[in-house]
Write a protein that binds this ligand. Structure first.
Ligand code: PFF
Length: 459
């Protein structure tokens, strides 16, 4: 008998635990910073509403219908078509890749929790704090690898414990706490001198800055943040009860996730402008910027400790869903015991994550590909795996799943059954075409820059 969530709230908590994580607080601000701010945010919100929400509904439907993890689910509902099973495996591969670097960044949050406890930011200027990040992550590989290992061990232990006991309990207390802290910081942030400038950076799109890359970055980021496109939400959906409302639940999760991402940006950019730190900090952005904020507020040390600890837990609950997809697949496909599956898969992911923790392990990588190992993984996940996964799941739910099956799943337990025709149009046409458009323009721009620019045309 498959495990099931104890309550609908249990599912909402676990799914939002999966969605809310490093993607919101680490990823959203750093992508927004690198992609020029307002325009990225606008694209992002559009992607969540038009693509993310319908895809989330589709994933949960497919999972609950099939009662399987991705590979089995696509197999079962497509009449065992190899091509669709491959899509399931692609999602599993994405999960492995994501967790391998996700765990390393989660390790950084542990490091910063400990630094806060030791009051290590005291007396440092914002500039010094910014520089500290490179030191922490670049010059002490042993420490970074140790924290990566520690994090993976925790994830394995909880996933080995099973659906209800492990996942549900952990999320129940920590999610609301994180929410309250974010709202508190958001309110406090309005007192900063750079608040107006930060808000303008995030919400006023600069149309001159437009490039298709920002659109694909926003699409990838929205999929990543909502945990879509690789079967995580699908797998959680397979544990959902028939009487629960998929549409209302998906809407709640998407709203919550988006609120936290935008709020994180609204906390971060005013600090960037107040202390003149530069918006394009890349992957280290939150670690370079936030401690300076905490340093200058009342009870800042305590706030710093609680913040980084909660960020760590948010990362943990997301990582649980990543390992759960891969573990559930191994259990469903190979019949392994849960403990064996979680340990074997988690161990492999740890090893795969080593070059993300310490780039020197693959010294040739950067020369070969022009970006670091971890950066390459992020690039691949955001620009290829997740958008492609989202495209395929929407085609699957819209065209492969029979109308009667999708209607039944959409409406079972839902008061919003009347939205079915709208959803069907979205997953059949709007989502696939939208993703394809963003895909094609961005890749075209990347490989044939002359094609789209007016200068190229005049030459
Ligand atoms: N949504 C998570 C975050 O924003 O941090 C990351 C994630 C978890 C992505 C699970 C994909 C996934 F399947």
């Amino acid at each position: 008998m498959r495990g099931q969530w104890g309550t609908r709230l249990g599912f909402i908590l676990a799914a939002s635990g999966s969605a809310v994580g490093l993607g919101n607080i680490w990823g959203f601000p750093f992508m927004a910073g690198q992609s020029g701010g307002g325009l990225f945010v606008l694209f992002y919100l559009a992607c969540v509403a038009v693509i993310g929400l319908p895809v989330m509904i589709a994933e949960i439907m497919v999972g609950r219908r099939a009662q399987r993890s991705p590979v089995g689910a696509y197999g079962r509902l497509s009449g065992d078509k190899a091509m669709w099973k491959l899509v399931g495996w692609m999602g599993v591969a994405a999960g492995v890749l994501i967790l391998s670097f996700y765990s390393v960044i989660a390790g950084w949050t542990l490091d910063y929790t400990v630094l806060s406890i030791r009051d290590a930011f005291a007396g440092r200027s914002p500039g010094d704090i910014e520089a500290l990040f490179a030191e922490r992550t670049g010059e002490r590989p042993g420490g970074v690898i140790f924290l990566h290992a520690l994090f993976m061990v925790m994830v394995i232990a909880i996933v080995a414990g099973g659906v209800e006991k492990g996942l549900e309990r952990a999320v129940r207390i920590l999610m609301p706490l994180l929410f309250v802290l974010i709202v508190g910081l958001l309110i406090y942030g309005t007192t900063l001198e750079g608040f107006g400038e930060g808000a303008r950076f995030l919400f006023v799109p600069d149309l001159d800055e437009f490039d298709a890359g920002a659109a694909l970055a926003a699409l990838g980021q929205s999929m990543f943040s909502l945990s879509l496109g690789m079967g995580a939400i699908l797998t959680y959906g397979s544990y959902l009860r028939r009487k629960d409302d998929i549409v209302a639940t998906s809407t709640t999760i998407s709203l919550l996730d988006t609120f936290i991402a935008v709020a994180a940006g609204m906390i971060l950019f005013p600090i960037v402008f107040t202390y003149d730190l530069g918006t394009a900090g890349g992957e280290g952005l939150i670690f370079e910027v936030l401690p300076a904020f905490f340093e200058n507020m009342p009870a800042g040390q305590l706030v710093a400790i609680v913040f980084f600890a909660l960020l760590f837990f948010a990362a943990l609950t997301s990582a649980l869903s990543l390992l759960e997809v891969v573990t559930a697949t191994v259990i469903d496909q190979l019949g392994w015991r849960r403990l064996t599956a979680a340990a074997a898969v988690g161990g492999g992911i740890f090893v795969l994550g080593l070059p993300s923790a310490h780039a020197e392990l693959l010294p040739f990588w950067e020369d070969l590909f022009g970006m670091g190992f971890q950066e390459s993984l992020v690039f691949l996940i955001y620009n290829v795996f997740l958008p492609l996964g989202g495209l395929l799941i929407s085609v699957f739910a819209g065209w492969v799943l029979t109308r009667s099956a999708s209607y039944e799943e959409f409406t079972a337990g839902s008061r919003l059954a009347g939205l079915y025709p709208g959803w069907l149009i979205l997953v059949r046409f709007i989502v696939p075409i939208g993703i394809l458009l963003v895909f094609v323009t961005t890749w075209a721009e990347m490989f044939f820059p002359d094609l789209l620019s007016s200068e190229g045309a005049n030459e």
